[in-house]
Design a protein around this ligand. Structure first.
Ligand SMILES: NC(=O)c1ccc[n+]([C@@H]2O[C@H](COP(=O)([O-])OP(=O)(O)OC[C@H]3O[C@@H](n4cnc5c(N)ncnc54)[C@H](O)[C@@H]3O)[C@@H](O)[C@H]2O)c1
Ligand SMILES: [Zn+2]
Length: 660
């Protein structure tokens, strides 16, 4: 009977796991957190260990999760792309060490961070990148060569390369790129990716490689799968060699002579976790000697010579001191829990969004409660539940008046959100103004949040059009403003009048219209007037537009106040027509440092090209640098880039990024 019960449970678990595998691997949209998923697989493994007769070859414990989708042509991997056995305690790592020793091996270990992205294989023939593929089910993956080529610092051409080389690496999305994408997706009312891993997988597995190119993906190469024409003895040697070929390899891969030292490194990587510019979900311990690896071999799912330690999600308790409600650009009221600061995944955290009243009600969070907070995907802090209510607390209710202007708030149809619909609500005007002046919109330098807030508080600005009437006298009343700063701001405001139409359209803050959609509108219709007169159907016909977006545009122009606003902007001399493509966007958001001697370009020319393509040219390398473009005899900047893990690109790769 015991066995029967176990069989039933195992079957149940397999169904749930397979279901979540499909969401995770094939749709890049998981419902469970990794640690919840891991708990399910551990339970299944434990059952199968206790009752080996329950093991079937189709069990998710016996094969690599995921399948190659029919969206891409298929690639059969010559060297299987395996998964890793995982450990959740240091004792499991010691047991792993014992198994290695039992095989007669005196091991040396390499420890690497386990990057949370998706696994790819890259093949090079005589130094040329000929194919890139995903893991799929480990044996058959997807051919994503075009998309792989769109990732800037995957080398397309190797110098002094062996005849044939296959490497394996993890394509990932840096946190900054993820946060930017998420914001963009939210602005356009698309369901944002849950975390950088899914964003990376979703961005790589696109039909249109241009989308992949725009997502800021990166790679760490962590294994040499095959090589012809060279011989290596250890894993660390292969990584040294791959590094010399200009691959970005695992950021640290130190060698240890016993498991305890390796465990110390696992701990150290765990402590550094929150400060890294990318997500890791564990650390991998690998046997360094390649001959020992062959000796140990693999099961049908993972190699016996490596093990992944998974870090537990960091959860801490704290006390909620307040629930603050702010009003966004579109009038939505967003509650935020403010709590005693706690240190989570490397940073101090004191606030977490509670999203809306429904979520507050379902958690029943009250001011004074002790709650558990976690950083979801290590990035965004989240209140996961109430441990206990504070004394004499009452359930929290959202305000019925706008905290900024006092107007009654409304519950719009089919929304959880409450909105203030007063068009003159100062909080909304403030958000609108900040958005209008922001870099991707009208790019008015010096008009940040602090200045915008003062302009509104002092009554100088009621709508964004008012900024074009600001006088020097008014600007000189602003905090810390002198002749020079006031003149600079005036100049920046003046200059913004000449911006291309897409910047203005984006700056207006039309719901669901991000910078890309704004550009499509501007390009398609050519003038503000033409956009205003376009029917919803005409707008919906634009490639890339959905019905919701078209409706938002129509609503915006039908709204009271819009006609006035456009008229005032026109009178102020703000440009209302589209004048062609002024510059490329291939390097948008990227900061690039040029160093060394390039063969086709002078440094000035390279920097001009960077700017023409929407990027920023900088003189010094920091963590914020996207790429270092290095030519011959590059010196300290190159070294610094390498030590910070900033990707280094060649002139050829640079031209490839520009599509030349
Ligand atoms: N949330 C969900 O619903 C859900 C569903 C399925 C899987 N998952 C997650 O995926 C995990 C299982 O996936 P898996 O089978 O791909 O195994 P895995 O992700 O735990 O480990 C194997 C992978 O690690 C990657 N990796 C990153 N850095 C590496 C390095 N330095 N050296 C070697 N490999 C490195 C490799 O690409 C390899 O494919 C689960 O533990 C779970 O966390 C979650
Ligand atoms: Zn209001």
């Amino acid at each position: 009977m015991e066995l029967e019960k176990a069989r039933q449970r195992a079957e149940e678990l397999r169904k749930v796991i397979e279901y979540n595998n499909r969401l995770y691997y094939d749709q890049d949209a998981p419902e469970l957190e990794d640690f919840q998923y891991d708990a399910l697989t551990r339970e299944l493994k434990a059952l199968e260990a206790q009752y080996p007769e329950l093991i079937v070859p189709t069990s998710p414990t016996q094969h690599v999760g995921g399948t190659a989708s029919s969206k891409f042509s298929k690639v059969t991997h010559a060297v299987k792309m395996e998964s890793l056995q995982d450990a959740f305690s240091f004792d499991e790592l010691r047991e792993f060490d014992a198994r290695v020793r039992d095989a007669g091996i005196e091991p040396e270990y390499v420890v690497e961070a386990k990057i949370d992205g998706l696994s790819v294989s890259l093949e090079y023939q005589n130094g040329t990148l000929v194919r890139g593929s995903t893991r799929g089910d480990g044996v058959v993956g997807e051919d994503v060569t075009e998309n792989i080529r769109a990732i800037a610092h995957i080398p397309k051409q190797l110098l002094d390369a062996p005849e044939f080389l296959e490497v394996r690496g993890e394509v990932y999305m840096p946190r900054e790129a993820f946060l930017k994408l998420k914001e963009e997706q939210e602005l356009q009312d698309k369901t944002p990716f849950k975390n950088p891993r899914n964003a990376a997988a979703g961005s790589l597995r696109q039909k249109d490689a241009r989308i992949t190119a725009s997502r800021g993906l990166s790679i760490f190469v962590f294994n040499m799968q095959q090589v012809r024409g060279r011989i290596f003895k250890t894993h660390s040697e292969t990584l040294d060699y791959l590094k010399s070929l200009k691959f970005t390899v695992s950021p640290r891969y130190n060698v240890y002579h016993n498991i305890e030292d390796a465990i110390e490194e696992v701990k150290a990587i765990g402590e550094a976790r929150g400060t890294l510019p990318f997500d890791i979900d564990g650390a991998v311990i690998k046997v360094n000697d390649l001959a020992s690896r062959s000796l140990l071999g693999s099961t049908n799912k993972f190699p016996r010579w490596a093990i992944a330690f998974k870090y537990p999600p960091e959860v801490k308790e704290t006390v909620v001191r307040d629930i603050e409600v702010t009003v966004g650009r579109t009038g939505v009221l967003t509650p935020t829990a403010v709590f005693d600061p706690i240190f989570l995944a490397g940073t101090s955290v004191a606030r977490a969004s509670l999203h809306n009243g429904d979520i507050i009600a379902s958690l029943d969070v009250r001011i004074g409660d002790t709650v558990q907070v976690r950083k979801a995907g290590d990035i965004i802090p989240e209140v996961i539940g109430v441990v206990r209510h504070g004394e004499n607390t009452v359930p929290y209710t959202m305000p019925c008046a706008c905290p900024s202007c006092g107007a009654p708030v409304v519950h719009l149809q089919d929304e959880s959100a409450l909105r203030c619909v007063n068009p003159e609500c100062p909080a909304q005007v403030l958000r609108n103004l900040i958005h209008f002046a922001s870099r991707d919109a009208m790019a008015i330098d010096g008009l940040g949040e602090a200045v915008a807030a003062q302009l509104i508080d002092k009554g100088f600005v009621h709508t964004v059009a008012d900024i074009y009437d600001l006088t020097m006298e008014q600007l000189l009343t602003l905090d810390k403003f002198k002749e020079k700063s006031a003149t600079n701001l005036r100049t920046a405001i003046e200059r913004s009048k000449g911006n291309n139409l897409d910047k203005l359209v984006f700056g207006l803050g039309i719901r669901n219209i991000g910078d890309k959609a704004a550009a499509l509108l501007a390009e398609r219709f050519g003038s503000m007037d033409a956009i205003r007169q376009a029917t919803q159907e005409e707008i919906a016909e634009i490639d890339g537009f959905g019905g919701v977006m078209a409706q938002s545009v129509a609503e915006f122009f039908a709204k009271e106040g819009t006609a006035d606003l456009i008229e005032r902007l026109t009178k102020a001399g703000v440009n209302m027509t589209w004048h062609g493509e002024p510059k490329g966007t291939a390097l948008e958001g990227k900061t690039i440092v040029v160093t060394g001697t390039l063969s086709r370009l002078s440094r000035q020319e390279a920097e001009a090209l960077i700017k023409q393509n929407g990027g920023k040219a900088s003189g010094s390398v920091s963590k914020k640098t996207s790429y270092v473009l290095a030519g011959e005899a590059a010196g300290s900047k190159l070294t610094k880039a390498q030590s910070l893990g900033v990707p280094v690109i060649t002139e050829e790769e640079f031209f490839a990024m520009l599509g030349q």
